[in-house]
Design a protein around this ligand. Structure first.
Ligand code: SER
Length: 317
């Protein structure tokens, strides 16, 4: 069957690059971008193909967009991220969970045949082993965002087991890209730092110098997503979400790497409430199951990421 894809939350950090990639892969008309934002407020890239204004919490509107475009695959990216979710727990839970149920139910009813839904390293918590965190381990998230992602993973697996719904997911690490800005996440510093390095020569970081977190270049995350979605389902042994790793760094080690290009660059540290969120997450991830099941391999490491980010952001500003 030909893919007819709907991306929900297309105007977010992942959505913009994923829309570009899926349109290149399947053709512009085969990929409908949607977001709660009006056309005047989104990146013009999204308007190069079909675009719908859609609030994921409006179930009827969702059904009518799916019907109008004969959609059979959904990438559901709309969510509040970790830092924003802590400020508005009730809305974060509603947004992060209800949208997922609407889409899972459409697959259960046979309207959709494949779903992508992102999970996160936020599913792990303070009791999780922090170094090379395995696929299956203790999970005790203590953030609203992490709780919603872990619950979502379990629901995805449930719908797969009970109703044979083909839903696939990745636990993304912090995602670093230059085409679109992140919003409301704890790993966002690792994007902002490049703009400040080039524009101001110094950066004040909201995490402490030695906070190690798993990170990944956006192009790798997009490649992983497409690769997972195109994999033969019979190879997939994980019903929830796959661990995925690119690199790990701390604000201090990232600063050192940036200084190789900009020797006078300095970072100051002023940890805020996001420090506690970061402290509850792993420092590095074991993604050997993704490597085995769908041949995953990241392209970027920290030095190549830093060189690429500086080169591309320099062009932009
Ligand atoms: N990057 C996200 C955040 O910081 C984690 O999924 O919230």
């Amino acid at each position: 069957m030909n893919e007819k894809i709907l991306i929900i939350g297309a105007s977010g950090q992942i959505g913009i690059e994923l829309t570009e990639r899926l349109r290149a892969e399947y053709g512009k008309e085969a990929v409908v971008a949607s977001d709660v934002k009006a056309t005047t407020d989104v990146d013009p890239i999204l308007l190069e193909g079909p675009y719908e204004v859609l609030n994921i919490l409006d179930k009827e509107a969702l059904h009518s967009v799916v019907k109008k475009h004969n959609i059979n695959q959904v990438y559901l990216l709309a969510a509040l991220l970790s830092a924003t979710a802590e400020k508005n727990p009730a809305f974060a839970w509603e947004l992060n969970m209800n949208g997922l149920f609407y889409v899972l139910d459409m697959a259960k009813e046979g309207i959709l045949n494949k779903i992508y839904w992102p999970s996160s390293i936020a599913v792990f918590g303070p009791s999780t082993p922090r170094v090379m965190t395995p696929q299956d381990t203790i999970m005790d998230p203590n953030t609203v965002y992490g709780i919603s992602k872990l619950a979502g993973e379990r629901w995805c697996d449930y719908y797969h087991q009970k109703f044979n719904v083909d839903v696939r997911s990745i636990r993304y690490p912090g995602l670093i890209g230059y085409k679109s800005a992140p919003g409301g996440g704890t790993t966002d510093y690792a994007v902002d730092i490049f703009y400040k390095a080039l524009q101001e020569g110094s950066y004040t970081c909201f995490l402490s110098a030695d906070t190690a977190l798993p990170m990944m270049m956006m192009s790798d995350a997009i490649q992983a997503t497409v690769q997972l979605m195109q994999s033969d389902r019979s190879r997939l042994t994980v019903g929830g979400a796959y661990n995925l790793a690119g690199m790990s760094f701390t604000p201090a080690s990232l600063t050192t790497e940036i200084q190789k290009h900009l020797p006078s660059f300095t970072t100051h540290y002023a940890p805020d409430f996001r420090q506690a969120i970061a402290d509850s997450w792993p420092g590095s991830i074991d993604d050997s199951i993704a490597q085995r099941d769908w041949d995953w391999k990241a392209e970027y490491d920290t030095p190549t990421l830093v060189a690429k980010m500086l080169e591309e952001i320099k062009k932009k500003i």
